[in-house]
Design a protein around this ligand. Structure first.
Ligand code: GTP
Ligand code: SPV
Ligand code: MN
Length: 603
């Protein structure tokens, strides 16, 4: 097979000459193709069938134990000018980077089949959607890309059509993203995830796991897309998209950026507390990880989920925390690095029952740590989610009423606060901090700045990215309000103060009320915070002291925090927009003002 697009054929030939596969297979995305691949993977042990009665069409994959998460230290943005990648990215000169990885790709696919995967990020007929082609030697990647993207014949047809249209205009015909991937030797010493945004190119070698290997996801839909979004006037963000329907039948869409493994999937699939369900509140899932937003003719931001599936964190997913995710993953799912029970069901920490085999295939022994890897994941079609939004496939997207930032902050940061305006909201996003998680290799639980939850994913200089965010505030814009949440504040006993999960709807209700001008708040130096009476906590086992602690703004603590934020902004040097630094000083002044002793009446 080949394509009508000569530029695509030429690239495929060029890659085949370099990597020397035994065979080349163009993926059409059909059921037959998928069945054949699954058969092949069962035969060579890449996939293991799970209990067909409890989990029909579900498969277990065990990745190499040295390849279980994203590798930020091996991920590069290779721009001609190092400053364009910024201090937030590892950088390599493009020519040097190509030379380095091409040497590793040389002959890398010998003895393997090379798969050509045309895919579309976003609804296939959406003007906001973008296409790419991933070339890989991993059938596991093919099976995952089939779930996570619109993969196959329809995507190829769009790529060919767009190529022909461009050629007719006298432009270069290959404006799709080219992603080259090989599992290589799965050797961490020979592992690189390279991005060339100026060439719309990705080269990834040495990992078969998640965002390192499914190139449509983080590499294309965030790192390359954020670069394109900047030059074209839109936003590519690490955000869930969820619709909240109130008892009057009105739906507000909210986009929320939380760092990896900090609650996006859970919030996107939230089930309202019973007292809310009874009166008609409903929640609709549009996306759980990535959001592409573009200003519409009405001045609002319209959002699509570029993905077609979920690559979600397994541990902690349970009937108590996220029943929708459990229902979604009950059939036709791939589980990576989970444990299994005696009757061959997938198992992870948080589920009832007991594991007999751990994620590495060993007899489970608590001495070896958790039975499921903390970053074990499920891959499943978004459509299988019971709360899948009827508007999730809308070509024009859904209109966003509120943007929420949040992270794991055990202290200081209140349950929720609202920024004063867009500029302040951009500062709140830029200032985000969160404890690191198992989603990336390295230490867990270390507090770090993770602006807009994009630290590992912004494909260009963060200072330019903040300037891009600020640029949306212009005449005619009807921008969403910007909020910050923290489900992870802990009490003196080290336990979470807030129950979280479904109960987070109570916070969303306040947020939507603020968007509609229907709920009240207290103005503080860091923004608007609900007073105790502004938040509905009826039926919650939450004592008054805990609620007070959750909503408290400690000016002394915030004085240190805002000073640290100032240092962080300065670390980006001269490219940092003066507007954002001025906003930081405004907040710092407001905090200092609140700390001045009140003038006495007689003084
Ligand atoms: P990525 O897919 O890595 O981008 O992550 P995500 O943001 O989608 O994270 P996810 O929703 O899968 O959450 C990961 C972890 O956070 C799980 O261990 C959850 O149990 C936990 N979590 C999610 N929501 C809450 C919450 O409201 N409260 C508490 N305490 N934990 C939560
Ligand atoms: C994340 O780490 O934010 C993920 C998982 O969503 S991965 O696709 O592996 O990056
Ligand atoms: Mn993510």
């Amino acid at each position: 097979m080949s394509s009508k697009l000569q530029a695509l054929n030429r690239w495929v030939d060029e890659v085949a000459r370099l990597t020397q596969p035994d065979a080349v297979h163009w993926c059409d995305g059909s059921d037959e193709e998928n069945e054949k691949l699954i058969e092949l993977m069962q035969r060579d042990g890449t996939l293991i069938a799970l209990n067909d009665e409890t989990h029909p069409n579900c498969w277990l994959h065990r990745s190499n134990p040295s390849d279980v998460a994203r590798v930020e230290h091996l991920t590069y943005v290779c721009t001609k000018d190092q400053d364009d990648a910024g201090p937030n990215n590892n950088w390599m000169d493009p020519a040097a980077a190509h030379a380095k990885v091409d040497a590793l790709f040389d002959g890398a696919m010998r003895g393997r089949t090379m798969y050509v995967i045309p895919y579309c990020m976003g609804p296939i007929d959406s003007p906001i959607a973008r296409c790419g082609v991933e070339i890989t030697d991993s059938p596991y990647v093919v099976a995952n890309m089939r779930i996570m993207t619109r993969m196959g014949a329809a995507a190829l047809a769009r790529i060919e059509r767009e190529g022909a249209e461009r050629a007719a205009r006298g432009e270069r015909e290959d404006a799709f993203v080219k992603g080259l991937h090989s599992i290589g030797e799965l050797d961490p010493e020979k592992r690189f995830i390279m991005h060339f945004p100026e060439e719309l190119t990705i080269k990834s070698i040495g990992s078969g796991y998640g965002g390192n290997a499914l190139l449509g996801k983080k590499c294309h839909a965030l790192r390359i897309a954020s670069w394109q979004a900047r030059s074209e006037g839109w936003l590519a963000e690490h955000m869930l998209i969820v619709g909240i329907e109130n008892p009057q039948g009105e739906t507000h869409y909210v986009a929320a950026a939380f760092p990896s493994a900090c609650g996006k999937t859970n919030l996107a699939m939230l089930i309202p507390p019973e007292s809310y369900r009874e009166v008609g509140w409903k929640v609709w899932t549009v996306g759980d990880d990535i959001c592409w937003m573009t200003p519409g003719p009405d001045g609002r931001l319209w959002a699509i989920n570029p993905e077609a599936g979920y690559f979600g964190v397994a541990p902690g997913t349970s009937a108590a925390t996220n029943p929708n995710a459990l229902a979604t993953t009950g059939h036709d799912a791939i589980f990576t690095n989970v444990a299994v029970t005696e009757d061959n069901q997938p198992w992870w920490e948080g589920l009832p029952g007991a594991p007999v085999t751990d994620w590495q295939g060993r007899a489970h022994d608590a001495k070896n740590g958790p039975a499921a890897h903390p970053n074990s994941r499920f891959t499943v079609s978004a459509k299988q989610c019971p709360s899948w939004s009827p508007h999730a496939e809308d070509a024009k997207g859904v209109p966003i009423s509120a943007i929420i930032f949040g992270g794991r902050r055990p202290s200081l940061v209140p349950l929720v606060f609202e920024s004063r305006d867009w500029k302040h909201g951009v500062l709140v996003g830029a200032s985000m901090g969160s404890e690191t998680t198992a989603a990336a290799t390295g230490a867990v639980g270390v507090l770090r700045r993770d602006s807009m939850a994009m630290k590992p994913f912004c494909g260009y200089n963060y200072a330019d990215y903040f300037a891009h965010w600020l640029s949306f505030d212009k005449p005619g814009a009807r921008l969403p309000k910007i909020f910050h949440v923290n489900w992870f504040r802990k009490g003196a006993d080290g336990k979470f103060l807030w129950p979280g999960y479904g109960e987070n709807l109570r916070v969303l209700e306040w947020i939507i009320g603020r968007c509609d001008g229907a709920t009240d708040a207290l103005e503080t130096p860091i923004g608007y915070v609900p007073r105790k009476r502004d938040l509905r906590v009826d039926g919650l086992r939450l004592d008054d002291r805990a609620l007070g602690a959750l909503l408290d703004v400690d000016p002394e603590g915030w004085r240190n925090e805002i000073a640290d934020i100032g240092k962080y902004l300065d670390s980006f040097g001269a490219r940092m927009p003066a507007k954002l630094k001025a906003e930081q000083r405004r907040v710092a002044d407001a905090i200092n003002e609140s700390l001045r002793p009140a003038k006495s009446a007689t003084g």
